[in-house]
Design a protein around this ligand. Structure first.
Ligand SMILES: Cc1cc2nc3c(=O)[nH]c(=O)nc-3n(C[C@H](O)[C@H](O)[C@H](O)COP(=O)(O)O)c2cc1C
Length: 217
């Protein structure tokens, strides 16, 4: 008579054999953290990606400092395939935190090019994350649960201005030699407030259905 414990052990062994078979067959062959992969055209030497972390190492206007470059060089030396920078501002006077990176003006292109060049020397990709913090502007005049500020409800012109600023910043990111750009659409910042029906009470094309709420993105 087979015990319940033995039965569990047998099922577990079958699952392990199946798992090994799946990992070592066809397209799934050797999908481990140390294998190469691709995201679209971007090649990754392994599957370690450093998620976006606000470094607090740019100067107060978002310019590159020696400390910022050293920080990213150390990360690249460490062997990750790809680094996502901390959030970077797309508009000079919209800065959710101190000493965050800036990409709100063409003057940043050359200096951030210096940073991407250093990182690329280690065969590491670097993606810049860009953000609109939004405490003064929001989809609706609803008090922010964290900042406790009530934003001005954005009109269509304001929305177009923000979309343009994101587009301009993304273009500079490309010119500065980054391998990609990531939009910050989380953590209660402006774009995430549009997605969230609690903050977004709009009745126009930018509110209501999820498609409408996501339209600004
Ligand atoms: C100090 C600090 C700064 C962060 N800065 C950013 C940021 O700029 N952009 C972002 O999307 N997430 C940021 N995050 C969130 C992290 O990228 C990550 O998603 C979060 O820490 C959860 O991952 P973990 O469970 O591995 O810590 C930050 C987190 C910390 C602790």
């Amino acid at each position: 008579m087979i015990s319940e414990f033995d039965l569990h052990q047998i099922v577990l062994k079958i699952l392990i054999i199946l798992d090994n078979y799946i990992q070592f067959s066809g397209d799934n062959f050797m999908k481990t953290l140390f294998d190469k992969t691709k995201i679209s055209e971007m090649e990754l030497k392994n599957r370690f990606i450093r998620s976006a972390i606000w470094e607090e190492l740019a100067d107060e206007k978002g310019h590159v400092t020696a400390e910022l470059i050293k920080h990213y060089m150390e990360l690249a030396k460490g062997g990750v395939s790809t680094i996502i920078t901390g959030f970077s501002s797309i508009l000079e006077f919209d800065k959710p935190t101190n000493n965050m990176n800036g990409m709100y003006d063409d003057v940043f292109i050359d200096e951030y090019n210096g940073l991407t060049t250093v990182v690329h020397e280690y065969n590491t990709n670097i993606i810049m994350q860009i953000v609109h913090g939004g405490p003064k502007w929001g989809p609706s005049a609803v008090e922010h649960l964290i900042t406790k500020t009530t934003p001005k409800e954005m009109n269509t012109e304001d929305i177009k201005e923000v979309v343009q600023a994101f587009g301009d910043a993304a273009f500079r990111v490309k010119e500065a030699g980054f391998d990609g750009v990531q939009l910050h659409v989380a953590h209660g910042f402006l774009l995430s407030m549009f997605l969230n029906p609690y903050y977004n009470r709009r009745k126009d094309d930018y509110g209501g259905s999820i498609d409408n709420r996501a339209k600004i993105v």
